[in-house]
Design a binder for this molecule. Structure first.
Ligand SMILES: [Zn+2]
Length: 131
């Protein structure tokens, strides 16, 4: 059992066990059965909420929101970029400029392949100018 499986099983046992115990104490055998079913659903909901929070946290810390900021001309948004199948792959905005991610940085790539610092992601903030 790895750490993620251990966390999932622990959450399941605690949430489902608490609901089953509480409803069983209130309504007897029907309460235990309903508590188990309700506890299983509550555990799934709790785990899904936990996954959404973790994804949100990761985006805020390292990925940046949106993942591709406005281009240098300010007219293209995240959905306006197309991935070019170059080596390494890079993103081209509708203006024809090329960009790529370097960790928390979003760099502009000139036609010679030289990387020019453009923006960097400030955790829990926004994209800021990269000096
Ligand atoms: Zn553009």
């Amino acid at each position: 059992m790895n750490l993620v499986e251990f966390i999932i099983c622990s959450v399941y046992v605690v949430v489902c066990g608490a609901i089953t115990w509480w409803l069983g104490a209130q309504f007897g055998i029907i309460g235990y059965v309903a508590g188990f079913l309700l506890g299983t659903l509550a555990t799934m909901g709790t785990l899904m909420l936990l996954a959404f929070v973790m994804i949100w946290f990761q985006k805020q810390i390292s990925l940046g929101v949106p993942s591709r900021p406005a281009c240098k001309n300010g007219c293209c948004t995240a959905d306006d970029y197309k991935m070019l199948e170059t080596s390494p792959p890079m993103w081209m905005c509708k203006c024809g400029d090329c960009y790529d991610r370097r960790g928390k940085r979003f760099v502009r790539i000139d036609p010679d392949g030289k990387e020019i610092p453009y923006l960097r992601w400030k955790p829990f903030g926004s994209w800021v100018a990269d000096e």
